[in-house]
Design a protein around this ligand. Structure first.
Ligand code: ADP
Ligand code: ZN
Length: 512
């Protein structure tokens, strides 16, 4: 008689019961059905193949993209007594591992995609018994995914050649398009997709334009007790922020790949142990660390994608207590991202562009952030969550089309070569030596913006860059992008979201 999964779960893993969709995933796998499990980080994906691996006769082959990750998983599996091994270039015991597999003495065999797709590996599998293929980080198989790995595409023939062996694809981050692609690429039927809930109700989302980043982050740190992560975009940025945050009186450390490995490990360990430390890090930080009580995650710049944003902010509040995710962005972030997209292979550009636009929509919305975030992962959510900046203090949406047209017109008439500061000076008629020499004071756009409208110029400049109506060239000069013409002609309205009174909000934050 077959064992009951829950009793194995209790006996081997020591958990009283399944969590969320684990039960559904495991029962499909045990029934031999091909499955895609989409579960957010921390939801317990590994258990979905580890448990069947223990219960089924034969070995579960786990394809995983990162050697470091494999070794973490190996340690965790061995700790609960699962017979596991990794087969990678850095393992010296490869011959022994092959022997254990052939002897049927392995529950789990971790392997990288480039090795999994070799003829040599297929021969090995042919001579032993495979119970299950688990494909971790399955979004790597899709060009739509944010982390495409060509080696993942080579897995399909291997999977197909073991016709009776079920496959389980796992990912934490996949939008609808990527999911459909994973199903197709890995030969999994539509009804085989199981999606866990993505909502993290205890995380309060906030997104604000940068306006003195350091001061903004100092304010956030002062307002938010407990451990926190500040993501910066460069190594130098992490160090600068770490220094600046010293004024808060909190212990602060930096973390980036350029640090001595011993220092890096020490900083990580100190953070994990601390109850009030702030760590200023590049995005490499946080992968595989298990710290449930992180109270805030701040981004000093735009993340790579909504998936990355979700994953990085998801490191806050794993314990379920209130936590804050605050992103500070600038027009330069979008300009730089578009520039980078221009440099990738042509066939990947549409996907990258769609990803950036999705991020732009999240940043620009006057509506609920959580709703947009969840919609991205295919989940419906109420119109307002009550726990994001826009729900807590609804911003004013105003029609800024006319100001946007003036802005574009000024960029055009000054020759598409000046930065935003200069363009704004022209529009407000602020005479400088430069404007005199350039003869710009006689332009029709000279000084056409005054009074209340002047405060719209900066946000309009940002909005135009976010929409790719303006692009910054490498010298900071603004040029027309593809979206400029329709706006200039008045065919495309520009709505602008103005945060509620800034002073009031800042006090509100400090009191929170
Ligand atoms: P993921 O890979 O989805 O990010 P992990 O597999 O690393 O998540 O699991 C996250 C944590 O949840 C681990 O500490 C794991 O031991 C724990 N966990 C997994 N399943 C259960 C369960 N059914 N009950 C309690 N804890 C669980
Ligand atoms: Zn909301």
């Amino acid at each position: 008689m077959a064992a009951d999964p829950v009793s194995v779960l209790q006996r081997i893993f020591g958990f009283p019961d399944f969590r969320g969709v684990q039960r559904d995933v495991v029962s499909r796998v045990l029934a031999g059905e091909n499955t895609l499990a989409v579960m957010p980080t921390g939801a317990g994906k590994s258990l979905c193949y580890q448990l069947p691996a223990v219960m089924l006769e034969g070995t579960c082959v786990v394809v995983s993209p990162l050697i470091a990750l494999m070794h973490d998983q190996l340690r965790a599996a061995e700790a609960v007594g699962i017979r596991a091994a990794t087969l990678t270039s850095v393992d010296e015991n490869r011959a022994e591992t092959r022997g254990r597999f052939l002897d049927g003495a392995l529950d789990l065999l971790y392997v990288a995609p480039e090795r999994a797709s070799t003829a040599d590996f297929r021969d090995l599998l042919d001579r032993g018994k495979v119970a299950l293929f688990a494909i971790d980080e399955a979004h790597c198989v899709s060009e739509w995914g944010h982390d495409f790995r060509p080696d993942y595409r080579l897995l399909r023939p291997l999977l197909d050649s073991f016709a009776g062996v079920p496959r389980l694809a796992l990912t934490a981050t996949a939008d609808a398009h990527t999911r459909a692609d994973i199903l197709e690429q890995l030969g999994i039927p539509h009804e085989g997709m199981i999606v866990a809930g993505f909502d993290r109700p205890n995380i309060r989302y906030a997104i604000t334009p940068r306006d003195g980043t350091t001061r903004q982050i100092v304010d956030l740190v002062r307002a938010t007790p407990g451990p926190g992560i500040v993501y910066a975009q460069t190594r130098a940025g992490t160090e600068r922020l770490a220094e600046a945050l010293a004024v808060t009186g909190r212990p602060v450390r930096a973390y980036h790949a350029g640090l001595d490995p011993a220092v890096r490990a020490a900083n990580q360990a100190a953070f994990v142990a601390s109850e009030d430390m702030v760590i200023c890090a590049t995005v490499a930080f946080g992968m595989g660390i298990d710290k449930p009580d992180v109270r805030f995650v701040a981004h000093a710049g735009l993340p790579k994608s909504i998936e990355a944003y979700y994953q990085e902010t998801g490191r806050a509040g794993r314990d379920g207590d209130p936590a804050v995710a605050h992103l500070f962005w600038g027009a330069e972030d979008f300009a730089r991202a578009r520039q980078r997209i221009g440099e990738v292979e042509a066939h990947r550009q549409p996907g990258e562009r769609a990803r950036l636009n999705a991020l732009g929509a999240l940043v620009e919305t006057a509506g609920c952030r959580r709703r947009i975030l969840l919609a991205h992962f295919g989940e419906e959510a109420p119109a307002a969550c009550g726990n994001c900046d826009n729900c807590l203090a609804p911003p004013k949406a105003i029609d800024a089309t006319e100001t946007a047209r003036k802005y574009l017109s000024a960029v055009f008439r000054t020759g598409q070569m000046f930065g935003s500061t200069y363009v704004e000076q022209v529009l407000t008629g602020k005479s400088t030596e430069r404007s005199l020499v350039n003869g710009h004071e006689s332009l029709s756009v000279w000084g056409i913006v005054d009074g209340e409208e002047t405060i719209l110029l900066k946000p309009v400049g940002r909005a135009l860059q976010l929409r790719d109506a303006l692009r910054a060239n490498p010298h900071g000069g603004l040029e027309f992008g593809p979206a400029a013409r329709a706006i200039l002609k008045g065919e495309e309205p520009v709505a602008l979201v103005l945060p509620p009174k800034r002073e009031r909000r800042r006090k509100g934050e400090a009191a929170a």
